[in-house]
Design a protein around this ligand. Structure first.
Ligand SMILES: Cc1cc2nc3c(=O)[nH]c(=O)nc-3n(C[C@H](O)[C@H](O)[C@H](O)COP(=O)(O)OP(=O)(O)OC[C@H]3O[C@@H](n4cnc5c(N)ncnc54)[C@H](O)[C@@H]3O)c2cc1C
Length: 240
């Protein structure tokens, strides 16, 4: 698999304990919205059991000028070193990998179901579909504990606002409206929530990704609703 040098341009906080990292696109690198890469530290001062690299989805859309990944910052050596890198630091990008990508037929309606950091490949696919002026119908169910945990929420709300192709259903599982001012949906994505927003539950192609527990729960729910297995594409973020 191809390997490219990339240089950190900047990082930016995109939610609580969550950073986005931006890079210029290396020459010759191309990817499809939804694919992931392996991002590898070069000679880091510390390492851990998982090694010096991690698989991360590209959260940027191919139509955007920069490459961007985003991750929850936890205690691993990889993430400690990554979050401390200064602009200009060199890393190695390997990939792209994966076939968690939009179907070729732009008329196929797509429903994304994700939570938390699982939004990364979805951001890429959704913004790419909108940028390509596809007629595709897009519905995103996006679950988080609280609004401050939800990477890219405002940006995606703005991208979908006023665009008839796109519906964003954000839901909070632990947001007290009185404390947070949250006005939207509450609780986990479930059969009743899908029914409120989808005319035909069995027609779309579903993209479900994020922590393995969320993926398993959503797959089981879609099975109960009679959605055919071949209409459900999944990607598990092993490690969460
Ligand atoms: C296809 C694919 C795409 C992915 N895309 C992304 C992405 O876009 N963004 C992203 O952030 N991740 C993504 N991941 C997951 C990513 O590769 C890492 O596994 C994840 O970020 C965890 O890395 P880590 O360094 O925090 O933990 P690791 O050092 O890799 O440790 C993983 C193990 O330790 C446990 N662990 C570590 N820290 C904690 C903690 N604080 N609390 C509880 N348990 C802990 C984990 O449960 C797990 O068992 C993706 C994975 C796959 C397979």
């Amino acid at each position: 698999m191809a390997s490219y040098p990339v240089f950190l341009k900047r990082n930016q906080q995109v939610a609580d304990r969550t950073l986005a990292f931006y890079f210029d696109k290396p020459e010759g690198f191309a990817f499809r919205a939804g694919q992931c890469i392996r991002l590898v530290l070069i000679d880091p001062p510390e390492t851990d059991g998982e090694g010096n690299g991690r698989i991360l989805s590209l959260a940027s859309a191919p139509a955007e000028a920069e490459l961007m990944v985003a991750t929850r910052i936890r205690g691993s050596a990889f993430k400690r070193v990554l979050s401390g890198l200064a602009p200009g630091a060199e890393l190695t990008l390997k990939g792209p990998y994966g076939d968690f990508v939009l179907p070729a037929d732009p008329r196929t309606p797509v429903v994304f179901i994700t939570g938390g950091i699982g939004i990364t490949p979805v951001r890429s696919m959704l913004l790419q579909a909108l940028a390509e002026q596809e007629e595709r119908r897009l519905v995103l169910f996006y679950a988080n504990r609280q609004p401050q945990d939800a990477p890219f929420l405002e940006e995606l709300q703005q991208a979908c606002a006023g665009d008839a192709r796109c519906t964003l259903v954000a839901t909070m599982t632990r947001a007290e409206p009185a404390a947070t001012g949250w006005q939207g949906e509450q609780g986990h994505v479930d059969e009743a929530m899908l029914a409120r927003y989808l005319d035909e539950v069995q027609a779309p192609l579903y993209f479900v990704d994020g922590p393995p527990a969320l993926v398993a729960a959503m797959k089981a729910m879609l099975g109960r609703l009679g959605v055919a297995e071949e209409r459900v594409r999944t990607e598990e973020f092993a490690g969460y």
